[in-house]
Design a protein around this ligand. Structure first.
Ligand SMILES: [Zn+2]
Length: 314
């Protein structure tokens, strides 16, 4: 039977994930190609084209609605530009215009967190929601939102980037050049920065005396009752509560979706009881509709494919 399909492409620092899906999320084909960003943007773009063509071949006999692309970093969805993607070493790459030279299908571009949010909204845990915030707690802290059914982009396509709002002005130095960014308190980077910041206060902690500790070491130590690790995680949780409270309160969101690898690894800090804590800080017109949930899909390539269907609704 003929189905309407879309192609999703997730451009990561190490691999380009390609997928062909229908409107129910059924996968018809998928492929992974190496990114090798050191080869330069042109080489990466030609591998993306190769991936799209492979998906087009697999779609023969079906209708193709378009291609959705998730790219890391600061992405201008209107111009189709990747403004700044640190792990690809890209600055102002006109991705959509370059792809249009080879691909005639409609193309939608978003950053990777927007793509994950699109996936949850179209096929996942946030199906049907018109007002939601997606926070991705991973190595860094990413954010995206939909309000009135539309993706919030802002004047410079940097809306809801709560990771780079100063939570503690003058605080920990962030990779963006700022001081005290929220990401430096709640994310993989934030947890390791917390270890450095608090190590000296807990001289008897095993974790304090461990060299080259990872976020997994901090989480394990917290589970085993290490006071330093528990202080770091309590601080990280509070930073996340703040980020959720501001974004939920400003947008009157009905759903907050907490995704990302760190949130999965540390659910008891970043998910459990968070909704209740947030609700103590907001008024009833906000709290009466607000729910904090975790993603069902969390697949960036399928999410990218969903950018096409999300755009079709707008
Ligand atoms: Zn920052």
């Amino acid at each position: 039977m003929m189905a309407e399909l879309t192609i999703g492409i997730d451009i990561g620092g190490t691999k380009i994930a390609c997928v062909l899906v229908d409107t129910t999320g059924k996968i018809y084909a998928q492929q992974r190609l190496p990114t090798n960003p050191a080869d330069g943007a042109d080489a990466v773009i030609s591998r993306i084209v190769q991936g799209i063509r492979a998906m087009q071949d697999a779609a023969i006999g079906h209708t193709l609605a378009g291609v959705g692309i998730g790219a890391p970093g600061h992405v201008d969805a209107v111009q189709g530009m990747v403004r700044n993607a640190v792990n690809l070493h890209w600055l102002d790459v006109p991705l959509k215009a370059e792809l249009k030279r080879f691909i005639t299908l409609p193309i939608q571009i978003g950053n990777d967190v927007v793509a994950l949010m699109a996936g949850e909204t179209v096929l996942g845990a946030a199906r049907g929601a018109q007002n939601l915030v997606y926070l991705a707690v991973g190595t860094g802290l990413g954010g995206a939102a939909i309000t009135g059914g539309r993706i919030v982009s802002g004047a410079n396509h940097f809306a809801v980037e709560v990771g780079h709002i100063a939570l503690h002005p003058g605080g920990r130095r962030c990779g963006c050049g700022g001081l005290g960014c929220t990401e430096m308190y709640v994310s993989g980077k934030g947890i390791l920065a917390g270890l450095e910041a608090h190590r000296a206060q807990f001289p008897t902690s095993d974790l304090a005396n461990q060299t080259n500790a990872t976020t997994a070491d901090v989480l394990n130590a917290a589970k085993n009752g290490d006071a330093l690790a528990q202080a770091i995680m309590a601080e990280a949780r509070e930073a996340l509560v703040q980020a959720i409270t501001w974004s939920a309160g400003i947008l009157n969101a009905e759903l907050i979706v907490i995704g990302g690898g760190m949130a999965r690894a540390a659910r008891e800090y970043f998910v459990t009881g968070i909704e209740e804590t947030v609700k103590t800080r907001l008024m009833s017109p906000v709290t009466s509709v607000l729910r904090v949930i975790t993603p069902e899909l969390e697949d960036p390539a399928i999410g990218a494919a969903c950018l096409v269907w999300l755009a079709a609704r707008q």
